[in-house]
Design a protein around this ligand. Structure first.
Ligand code: ADP
Ligand code: MG
Length: 717
């Protein structure tokens, strides 16, 4: 798209070009005529010329390599087909009245998609405000102005936001390379643009305002590669349920599950901004500054209070720390600062500092190996010119090749010198926390670049057996499976306690007799989702109580729901909960991002406590381990208060194995192993619940997997 085509066309046709005041056709034609390096061809069968340019009657006669479509919906679809037939493969459809307007529009959009597929079209929109490409002076939007050139490539799912941002960017000295109003994303979506702009040398940062992601799995896969080279920052709106509802009616997008977006963006390496202010703070820092060499930040200030504010902000930052200055640096600072100054970080050059003192202090601190970035804070004083300070900061920054953020605090006086700083790509703010935030963005991006590529392991498993068990759902009235399906866990190498499902008190007694110690007994019924809620779980049952307990559990189930299908009672070996921690490993299949694996504190209070970490499947060992470290209850797993630590390796492996299960079987919509009891000796899955979509089951796998990397353990006991 960036090499020729959409963003570098030579000849642009405007279907629907007109001189009618206030029309989209006029606005876009005028915008194109204003700056475009190439030729503009109005398409209008009823006119000789539009705005002085000779018209052609049909898009097929235009000889264009990009067509902008601004006519009503039905003719727009036909114009797209005509363009395709004439070999024009790049299109921007401004016309509204497609998927965002209901079922008739959705059908029309589907036709557009089919035509695009037939002619292999690169089509932006429909319902787009247009695109801009500053390298060739292309303003194919019907917004009021052409953006200034720069290194930011910006896509937005809201057209209104595009015009607002372009307008606001002028006064912020923010320039753009490409701008795309995505519209309904019938063909070109965020993943296509991330891939395309990731290959473009002139794009320093990719910025997105998104309400939804079309294909989350493709997005993660693509962005994961791109973000190793080019930073991607995005706001994802529609975070709250009310917001998601508004987004859905807005561009016809169905917002996916918020947790999945959070995890998906994180795994894609996309820096997520919470507000548009944050979005462009991040974009500006990433487009103008080098990356820090370590996470340590030096603070250089002429005022105590702002120094403390900056120090607090560093403490709150995700990826920064207050640098510990070396003895050598402290000695060198002593040489350039008066005796009353603070030579330790935050370095206080004190109120009477002139520009040279600031410059020396900044130079010396940035030379310290433990300093990866610096923030310079200054209140206005009589001994200092902000202009000179701004120039000094840019010079020291350029020599040091490390990121510097500035905070020249004040009103008009600060505004004037901010031009010097922003011309050098140095972010400057009134607020110390925003200056520090811009450095944090750089540090977070450095971490993204340096993180290893995930390497999910493939365990040797028995897929055929799982397929067979899942298929039993076809005989059910609903699509849930419970503990009667626990052999799925055996098949995927997740340990389960000894046990069996029986359908008579006598059989229950026989099974219990074969198990050491007291047993646990559970009602097995597809109609009872939470067994303990109805008293359907009995723990610590001695051999001579087994028959009575069987009767009692069945009676309870009948009382709870007289027509409940009771499959029997599970008799299971007891796991010593005193030595263990009840955890949960769950999977939720997100419509956009696929299986989301969740780990957390488990047991019957899981919903109440909500202490979980999540990752997209397949989860590799590193990510699984991070999940076990991330939850608040992590100290319990490591053995708090003198308790023996649990076997974390076994927990990590179980998360990986269950993530593989979800990845292997798209039919599994939801899965809960709760609890997975983690003990010092390993893990035991004592409960299982699944939701299965029988339509996704497909054919039985014919072979079991050959392990790519053999692992042992995980034997069921
Ligand atoms: P449900 O979640 O449907 O109520 P579970 O099988 O998870 O049923 O059992 C509920 C609780 O009973 C578990 O969280 C755990 O505390 C305890 N429990 C269940 N099975 C065992 C077992 N085999 N050994 C020890 N405790 C168990
Ligand atoms: Mg349970």
């Amino acid at each position: 798209m960036t090499d020729g085509g959409l963003f570098a066309p030579e000849r642009v046709a405007v279907v629907g070009a007109t001189e009618r005041d206030g029309s989209v056709g006029r606005a876009v034609t005028a915008n194109l005529l204003a700056d475009f390096d190439g030729e503009v061809v109005p398409v209008n069968p009823n006119r000789e010329t539009v705005l002085g340019e000779p018209c052609v009657a049909a898009v097929g006669d235009s000889g264009a390599d990009l067509a902008i479509v601004a006519i009503p919906p039905e003719p727009a679809v036909e114009a797209v087909r005509a363009a395709g037939e004439a070999g024009i493969t790049n299109l921007v459809v401004l016309t509204a009245g497609f998927g965002e307007t209901g079922s008739e529009g959705a059908t029309r959009e589907q036709r557009l998609r089919e035509i695009a597929a037939e002619y292999d079209l690169t089509l932006v929109g429909p319902n787009s405000l247009g695109i801009a490409s500053t390298p060739v002076g292309l303003n194919a939007t019907f917004g009021p102005s052409m953006p200034d050139p720069g290194g930011i490539s910006f896509m937005s799912q809201s057209g209104a936001f595009v015009t607002a941002v372009i307008d606001w960017a002028f006064e912020q000295d923010i320039g753009f390379r490409y701008v795309v109003s995505l519209g309904n994303k019938a063909v070109v979506d965020e993943t296509d643009l991330v891939a395309d702009w990731g290959d473009d040398d002139g794009t320093d940062v990719i910025v997105g305002y998104l309400e939804s992601v079309e294909d989350g799995e493709a997005f993660v896969e693509t962005a994961r590669e791109v973000t190793k080279e080019t930073p991607v920052v995005a706001v994802k709106s529609g975070r709250t349920e009310a917001g998601a509802g508004a987004a859905a009616s807005h561009t016809g997008a169905i917002a996916g599950n918020e947790r999945a977006y959070e995890v998906g963006f994180r795994e894609a390496g996309v820096l997520r901004a919470e507000s548009t202010g944050e979005l462009f703070d991040a974009a500006r820092a990433l487009s103008g500054q080098p990356l820090p060499k370590t996470d340590g930040v030096a603070v250089v200030t002429n005022a105590g209070g702002p120094g403390v504010m900056a120090t607090d902000a560093i403490g709150d930052a995700e990826s920064l720390s207050l640098a510990d200055l070396s003895d050598e640096t402290v000695d060198r600072l002593a040489e350039v600062l008066p005796a009353e100054a603070n030579r330790f970080n935050p370095v206080d050059v004190i109120g009477d500092a002139d520009v040279d003192r600031f410059r020396d202090a900044l130079e010396v601190t940035l030379a310290d190996d433990g300093v990866g970035a610096a923030v310079v804070l200054s209140a206005p004083t009589a001994t200092l010119s902000f202009d000179e300070l701004a120039t000094a900061i840019t010079e020291v920054q350029a020599d040091a090749e490390l990121p510097v953020a500035a905070c020249l605090m004040g009103g008009e006086r600060a505004d004037e010198s901010s031009g010097v700083l922003s011309a050098a790509g140095i972010p400057t703010y009134f607020d110390p926390s925003r200056a520090v935030g811009s450095l944090d963005t750089l540090a977070r991006y450095r971490e993204i670049r340096e993180r290893p590529t995930p390497e999910p392991e493939r365990f040797d498993v028995d897929r055929e057996r799982v397929h067979e068990v899942l298929s039993r759902v076809r005989d059910r009235s609903d699509n849930r499976l419970g503990v009667e399906s626990m052999e799925i866990l055996d098949a995927y190498g997740v340990p389960t306690p000894d046990g069996e499902i029986v359908d008579s008190p006598a059989d229950a007694a026989t099974v219990a007799a074969g198990i050491d110690g007291p047993v646990v007994m559970k009602i097995v019924s597809p109609d009872i989702v939470h067994k303990s809620d109805i008293g359907g779980v009995a723990v610590g049952i001695a051999d001579d109580e087994v028959r009575d307990t069987y009767e009692r559990l069945v009676t309870r189930a009948r009382n709870y729901q007289p027509d409940a299908t009771v499959l029997g009672v599970q008799v299971q070996a007891s796991i010593d909960l005193d030595a263990g921690v009840e955890t949960i490993v769950g999977v939720n299949r997100d419509p956009q991002f696929g299986p989301l694996v969740v780990f957390g504190l488990g047991g019957i209070f899981v919903e109440t406590l909500e202490d979980t970490a999540a990752s997209l499947a397949p989860v590799d060992e590193r990510a699984a381990r991070e999940m076990t470290e991330e939850i608040q209850a992590a100290p319990l797993l490591r053995g708090a208060r003198g308790r023996e630590p649990t076997d974390l390796d076994a927990v990590v492996e179980t998360i990986q194995r269950l993530s593989q299960l979800a990845d292997d079987f798209p039919a599994i919509l939801e899965l809960d192993v709760n609890p997975l009891v983690a003990t010092p000796e390993g893990v035991q899955a004592v409960d299982l619940r699944l939701t299965v979509d029988p339509e996704q089951l497909g054919e039985a796998p014919t072979t079991t997997d050959t392990p790519v990397e053999a692992t042992d353990g995980g034997e069921s006991q």
